[in-house]
Write a protein that binds this ligand. Structure first.
Ligand SMILES: Cc1cc2nc3c(=O)[nH]c(=O)nc-3n(C[C@H](O)[C@H](O)[C@H](O)COP(=O)(O)OP(=O)(O)OC[C@H]3O[C@@H](n4cnc5c(N)ncnc54)[C@H](O)[C@@H]3O)c2cc1C
Length: 444
């Protein structure tokens, strides 16, 4: 047997966090800051690539709490001027500043952004081990739970802990083990995305710019409709442009191919035909080898806690990313899971109450944002889904409700939300602004 240079993972801790994305880093940071012994295990070695580069400005609230604001500002990510939606031949806009957000939303390279959060968790006192894959979790209903893992040398090991936060993203380690993940029939789609070296882009006011202007004239995130209800994103980053398409299951064949070259060729062709987006990009700027995809991946949880384990971020639920809230949801759920666990460690007799509070706070938000993402109104919505969404609406500020309503209208998904607003007596509607896109001088 050879000696490993890998630092020894402790045999026990107060809280074991599985995964070091935004969710796991937020939970680990907050718990370690409160003095708990936290061990975070991540299968990957950061910085690791991941998709989801458009952030809504709500993330600053969590960045402040996690002590990550300065590092994020120092990085100099691309600020965004707002969101543009091109649906049904209409170009509509949204600006976060109009809803009380003073700091800008950002377009971030996620490997770098996520690594900043992970470093902050370590600075706060969490012990972070990378290249460590959690395999199973035992005894979730007992006072001490065992987390089994494989270390970077492939050697099995285990760790005893009082609480677990499953923040393993779409791998959903605990939810998969317990079989509590239900794929969402209302959102059966696949996503394909790739990167272009550069692109023309639009700002919030609908002006067209060249790539080199992006720090002087902040770009908007552009969403365009494709076919029946698929959609595409266009996100200008510092050294590339992220372009992705979400296609319903029935249209998957259009993007499939036997070889990498064939798949990339189909993707580039598909993108060049997307209204407006296609006209911003030159096919030759596509970066070979950058195409990635994920199939049929939206899911709902049947539970958000399992004994001593809190499921958070993507490990709990995932809806269509149309509202760009995945990272903020991760930071939110990681933070409230940390709060619930810390209260339960202080007062063990309140553990069940804290689980229930977490489940309703997070579950209601998931239900609301699922409702805002569903492309076909009432289909796939149960009475319970609507009641949960109503609860989340009841605890949202007026400005946030107006922002949600505008986002939903711009994305043509406002029907059910308006009905709920009417039922709750919320009469104010945000002003929809259409831009004259035909006046833009774009290459054909
Ligand atoms: C196509 C697409 C587009 C998106 N667009 C956006 C967007 O524009 N804006 C936005 O905010 N969000 C977007 N999202 C969602 C966003 O990327 C996620 O919601 C976010 O990354 C969730 O963070 P997380 O920490 O829960 O999971 P992740 O970021 O996935 O992190 C999970 C971590 O767990 C680790 N892990 C996995 N398995 C194990 C294991 N067995 N043991 C140990 N560690 C493990 C992984 O290595 C990883 O580091 C998008 C998602 C998709 C799929």
């Amino acid at each position: 047997m050879t000696d490993s240079i890998f630092p020894k993972i402790p045999d026990e801790c107060d809280v074991c966090v599985i995964g070091g994305g935004p969710t796991g880093s937020s939970a680990a940071n907050m718990l370690a800051s409160r003095g708990y012994h936290v061990v975070l295990l991540d299968k990957a070695v950061h910085p690791r690539n991941t998709v989801g580069e458009s952030l809504v400005p709500h993330f600053w609230r969590y960045a402040d709490k996690l002590g990550a604001t300065k590092a994020i500002l120092d990085e100099g990510f691309v600020a965004k001027s707002g969101g543009l939606s091109f649906w049904g031949n209409e170009l509509r806009r949204l600006r976060f500043r109009d809803f009380g957000h003073e700091r800008p939303a950002l377009h971030v390279e996620r490997d770098i952004f996520d690594n900043i959060l992970l470093c902050r968790a370590r600075t706060a006192g969490a012990q972070v081990f990378q290249g460590v894959q959690v395999t199973t979790v035992d005894n979730l209903e007992r006072p001490v739970t065992t987390v089994h893992y494989k270390d970077p040398d492939g050697q099995p090991g285990s760790l005893r802990t009082r609480y677990v936060v499953d923040a393993s993203g779409q791998a959903a380690v605990v939810a998969s083990q317990l079989k509590v993940r239900v794929f969402d029939e209302g959102l059966r789609f696949s996503a394909f995305w790739g990167y272009y070296r550069k692109s023309r882009y639009l700002t919030f006011d609908g002006h067209l710019h060249n790539d080199e202007d992006k720090f002087k004239h902040p770009p908007a995130t552009l969403m365009s409709t494709i076919g029946d209800w698929g959609w595409a994103w266009h996100i200008v980053l510092r050294n590339s442009v992220s372009v992705g398409v979400l296609v319903p299951k029935a249209r998957l064949a259009e993007l499939r191919g036997k070889t990498r070259e064939e798949r990339e060729e189909r993707f580039r062709r598909h993108v060049s035909n997307i209204p407006l987006t296609g006209r911003l990009l030159d096919e030759d700027d596509f970066i070979p080898g950058s195409l990635l995809s994920i199939r049929d991946y939206a899911y709902k949880p049947t539970t958000l806690t399992a004994g001593n384990c809190y499921l958070a971020g993507d490990a709990a639920a995932f809806v269509d990313p149309i509202n760009s809230i995945g990272v903020v949801f991760g930071m939110f759920s990681g933070s409230i899971a940390a709060h619930a666990i810390s209260r339960s460690l202080e007062t063990p007799s309140e553990a069940q109450l804290n689980r229930e509070l977490y489940s309703s706070q997070y579950g209601n938000r998931v239900a609301l944002f699922r409702l805002l993402a569903l492309p076909d109104g009432h289909a796939h919505l149960s009475r319970e889904d609507v009641d949960r969404a109503k609860e989340a609406i009841g605890s949202s500020s007026d400005a946030e409700l107006q922002l949600m309503a505008l986002q939903a209208s711009n994305n043509c998904r406002e029907g059910v939300l308006h009905e709920i607003f009417d039922g709750l007596g919320i009469s104010k509607r945000p002003k929809i602004e259409n831009l004259d896109w035909e006046a833009l001088t774009l290459p054909l």
